[in-house]
Design a protein around this ligand. Structure first.
Ligand code: RBF
Length: 340
């Protein structure tokens, strides 16, 4: 299997040019190829290091590619979002990819614009939503469920320490954050006790751990004891601050207990590797339903809360774990429906 990581530096030096020209020797030769010779491109809107959503995306696509003997090329587009459309356009213009896979809520709009110029290019977009474009398939997660489970454990833990305020630090503001994740988190916390309020802060990027630590310190000084981290590579600063101040954090997207045992008290996850793998495989088998927008959640097995981790059991009291377990059982069993 072919795997090339094009780092931000390379991306920057070829901005505005056909990106893939820079690694021509290792690439499929581009336009004019038959579909059978074309690979799959993974467009990472950011960098993979520190952002589990993107690591899982690449891993899932690579697993499907390996199984079907199809080359997978991973392109890290970097943190400058102004460059993303140019880089995605370059990938489509190369004609080298039978499918471009990506993930985050801003991709449907960018892919729509690229699609208008290169209508033959197919896109598989996770963690975003768009129906009605025959070249684009999207599937997103029920993040009301994910955030609700995070809010519930955060409030249970905060209540144990004597607080009625929980925190959330996000890398950036975007519609899914403001209208789904934050409200879901607050609902979850208020299900523990209606008195709970949330301190929601935005970092402004997905990498500045120093600034994230500063924000976390300010939150803790204002009565927050538990913080939900959704800031990619900057999460490390939040965890460090929590560790230094006897506070706790809740992890999002992946199992984070091992990041800092004793500090991470919950992991509300999405199964992005599995979803990327399955949808890529579906495409390679010719049955990805382009034009459709799907949503998957707890019932389908793509949103979950990790309870069977030794660090979770060692860190969180049995009383809290039992309450959290009862909540998850209600969501799984359908007696608590958290639709968006
Ligand atoms: N999440 C990350 O973990 N790392 C990122 O670099 C990142 N960049 C994003 C950029 C944009 C424009 C948007 C809309 C979201 C981004 N996210 C990132 C958030 C991600 O899509 C998702 O909402 C969260 O990981 C919660 O599941």
């Amino acid at each position: 299997m072919q795997k090339i990581h094009v780092r931000k530096k390379i991306v920057l030096c070829v901005a505005g040019v056909v990106l893939l020209f820079s690694c021509k020797a290792k690439q499929p030769s581009g336009a004019g190829q038959s579909a059978a010779d074309m690979g799959i491109g993974v467009f990472i809107p950011g960098v993979m290091a520190g952002s589990a959503v993107y690591e899982m995306l690449a891993q899932g696509v690579e697993r499907a590619g390996a199984e079907k003997n199809v080359a997978v090329t991973v392109v890290e587009a970097g943190y400058n979002q102004a460059e993303w459309e140019t880089i995605l356009t370059s990938m489509a213009a190369s004609g080298g990819y039978r499918l471009i896979v990506s993930s985050n809520p801003s991709l449907p709009a960018i892919a729509t614009s690229v699609s208008a110029k290169f209508p033959a290019q197919k896109f598989l977009l996770l963690d975003g939503e768009l129906a009605g474009n025959g070249a684009i398939y999207t599937v997103r997660y029920n993040q009301t469920e994910q955030a609700y489970m995070a809010g519930y454990i955060a409030a249970l833990k905060a209540r144990e320490i004597g607080a009625t305020r929980v925190g959330l630090i996000a890398g950036q503001e975007y519609p899914a954050m403001n209208s789904i994740i934050v409200p879901g988190y607050v609902r979850g916390a208020q299900a523990v006790d209606p008195a709970f309020t949330a301190d929601f802060r935005v970092l402004g990027n997905w990498f500045d751990a120093g600034k994230a630590a500063e924000i976390a310190r300010d939150m803790l000084a204002n009565g927050v004891k538990v913080i939900l981290c959704i800031a990619g590579g900057a999460n490390e600063g939040i965890v460090q601050t929590a560790a230094e101040n006897n506070a706790a954090v809740v992890w999002f997207d992946t199992n984070g207990y091992a990041v800092r045992p004793g500090v991470v008290v919950g992991s509300a996850i999405i199964r992005q590797e599995k979803l990327a793998y399955e949808k890529t495989l579906l495409f390679l088998e010719g049955s990805l339903p382009f034009g459709r927008a799907d949503i998957v959640g707890v019932a389908e097995g793509y949103v979950d809360f990790i309870e069977d981790d030794p660090d979770y059991k060692a860190t969180v009291s049995q009383d809290i774990r039992e309450k959290q377990s009862a909540l998850i059982a209600r969501i799984r069993g359908g007696s608590l429906v958290l639709q968006e």
